[in-house]
Design a protein around this ligand. Structure first.
Ligand code: NAP
Length: 312
């Protein structure tokens, strides 16, 4: 068991965490990044081609982008630890993080950038066809389904925003929702109803996703009212049933909203605890893009820098 001290610790190694590390490193702070034991690099490590991150006109593979961000952070002195934070103590001026192996890190400032995980359907075919028709990011993958039938699963703002976006590409877009009313805001429901390329299939759940060597071919739906099953042709299945922010380890140390996302003060990255900042998908349930997370990581670094300068 070791106890390390650092000026600033960054929890998380997605675009927000590494961007914060690059900025704080260049400011001379030698930040400690606790990158996670199993999935350093965050959600982009499970993505294939990233075509919308500025600066890469030919696109870049998600893992390559995260590798480059890590190297850039290390170049400016970031110390990267591949472990998980299991608990925190933010009560004093010195913030203590306890890692899985019981090592501790004490920091004067902390940036929480632990991201979120997509909720999965948990049905047969979902894992098998992930990246071959099953997607969790319409903005990232919609382009690949030009002229193809698309299914969007979910009934919230994300599902209907995704359906609207995907209707530019798909030959048809069918939103499959498990109830007879949408959770999404009225304006999005009205827009979907008025869009002739969007069909709304209510009271239905996806039982399984079927396909072949070329990818997804159909989804099997079960009607939640009469129990009947039917097949719906689909080459793209976009799952938009929400995200779970990775905030369990905080155990009440920071103020969260009703969905578990960390609350920050206005457009800043200040949490309710002085010296603790938050950035990326662990805060943002709306935009959730690599570039918006990176931008917020930059802001967290600048907020943390001001805080550390004021501390003296
Ligand atoms: P959400 O509001 O939690 O909605 C999730 C939807 O998925 C719900 O309709 C839910 O059904 C359904 N669902 C959950 N688990 C399911 C399962 N296992 N099988 C089938 N369906 C399932 O999540 P979200 O749509 O991602 O939105 C998250 C937050 O971001 C919200 O605050 C939202 O307002 C915001 N947002 C805003 C915009 C915008 O303003 N343009 C765009 C995107 C997101 P039930 O309704 O039956 O629970």
């Amino acid at each position: 068991m070791t106890a390390q001290m650092t000026d600033v610790a960054i929890i998380g190694s997605g675009p927000a965490g590494y961007t914060a590390a690059i900025y704080l490193g260049r400011a001379g702070y030698r930040p400690t990044v606790i990158a996670g034991a199993l999935t350093p690099g965050g959600q982009l490590v499970n993505t294939t081609e990233v075509e919308n991150y500025p600066g890469f006109p030919e696109g870049i593979m998600g893992p390559d982008l995260m590798d480059a961000m890590r190297k850039q952070a290390e170049r400016f002195g970031a110390n990267i630890i591949y472990d998980d934070v299991v608990s925190v103590d933010f009560t004093g001026n010195a913030k203590t993080l306890t890692l899985d192996g019981a090592d501790t890190i004490t920091a004067r400032a902390v940036v929480v950038a632990t991201g979120s995980r997509v909720r999965k359907l948990g049905v047969p075919g979902e894992e098998q066809f992930a990246g071959r028709g099953v997607s969790y990011c319409a903005t990232c993958d919609g382009f690949f389904f030009r002229g193809k039938p698309i299914v969007v699963v979910g009934g919230g703002d994300s599902a209907l925003t995704d359906a609207d976006f995907l209707s530019r590409f798909g030959s048809s877009v069918t939103v499959v929702h498990r109830r007879d009313t949408f959770r999404a805001s009225k304006i999005l429901v009205d827009r979907a109803q008025a869009n002739e390329r969007i069909a709304l299939r209510m009271n239905a759940v996806v039982e399984r996703i079927e396909g072949d060597d070329t990818g997804v071919q159909s989804v099997i739906l079960r009607d939640t009212v009469d129990g009947s099953e039917s097949a719906l042709a689909a080459n793209g299945v976009f799952v938009a049933i929400g995200h779970t922010p990775a905030t369990e380890f905080l155990d009440g140390a920071l103020q969260l909203d009703e969905h578990g996302f960390i609350m920050v003060d206005g457009a800043s990255t200040h949490t309710n605890v002085p010296g603790v900042f938050a950035a990326g998908d662990v805060v943002d349930s709306v935009y959730r893009q690599a570039i918006s997370a990176a931008g917020m990581g930059c802001r967290a670094a600048l907020d943390a820098q001001t805080y550390l300068t004021d501390l003296g």
